[in-house]
Design a protein around this ligand. Sequence first.
Ligand code: 5GP
Length: 395
Amino acid sequence: MQKGLEVARGKTKVLYEKPGQPDVLIVQAFDNITAGDGARRNEIAGKGRIAAKTAARVFRLLKLCGLPTHYISGGEDDDDNEMLVRRCTMIPLEVVVRGVAAGSLVRRRPSIARGAIIVPRMVEFFIKDDANHDPLIDPEEIVARGIANPNELALMSEVARITFEILAHAWRRRETLLVDLKLEFGRLVGGEGRGSLVIADVIDNDSWRIWPQGREELMLDKQLYRNLQEVTPADLEQVRENYEKVAELVGTFPTQRPAMAALVADGPPGLELLEPLARVLGQFGLQSLRRVVSAHLMPNFAIQIAQQLDATFARLVYVASGPQLAALLAAATPTPVFDVTEQEGDELAMTIAKTLAVDDTIMFGRVMLVQANARSAILQADAQVNAPPPNGTVA
Ligand code: 5GP
């Protein structure tokens, strides 16, 4: 890809301007692996390509779930170690989310047992400062130094936690435990949403600890390299194989499992009851089809339709327009059946999305985002109702 001026250079990547597009950067990953803030450094042929592939796929998953990231495109092809990203001003913090106690946490807090599950997840901030080994920093200190404001801190914590849960879900489905995760944020310098916070930098196999089958000794991430006493060519080959394996596994993360909601009306008037639900399901990216049957006039026809749909779609849910039809379908099919008259549309759509989220990480992420937005709407409403009156008005 044609590159403009170099904007920044780190230990494992370099950023260039994209000619003619001032708000877009090219991130090129090197074949380097480093540890101890650069004290240890090795080359692994192909590592840049593998890292770009991993990061691009993680970003694509997060974007599909609805999280804000700087990622635009690229990095996913076999011969491509370059990603296009939106230009940001980086916030000089490493935001770490922990779901299992390991690493610097158990060194700093020996009372916490290594391997202990951490709920609620812990979010820690480290200030980026290689010379001082990226020290831990308090939220109050971050605000006092003007690095981020309290709203940004709250948003970073929330987005970091949701990112962790989405990636933990994806890894869990591959029998692997996500232990902890590091991410970084930036503020968009231009274009739509200028100034807003997005997940930036990269999330790749250097950014997390992952333990297959929950067993630390099977780790596939960079910790294996950090732990080496001496680095031999055989060790580096093992590290390369692990990184390649992780990129392949992460390649399967951003795929949504096709699912269908069959909206089954008990007579033509039932269709109207179901229509609003189809719209809300669409917001979760879930497709729906419509059928009209009659539970009391033609029960066999209703059962026949259900059998056809069961045979056609691997992942299916039924929504009936009323209790009589719901009972008939529930008895006739092994597929989940919901009754649209039992729950409000938004609530029912959420229940259906959760049912499908069990084995679909994109649906799981969208559920988390909808829940987070609902919480934030409540907090905003509360802040508004308690806001001080504008200057000059008398309460
Ligand atoms: P810890 O604080 O336990 O050493 O690290 C917590 C998590 O953040 C781990 O998943 C680790 O891989 C990640 N992490 C910590 N420091 C860095 C860093 O400088 N670069 C990267 N890529 N990840 C880091």
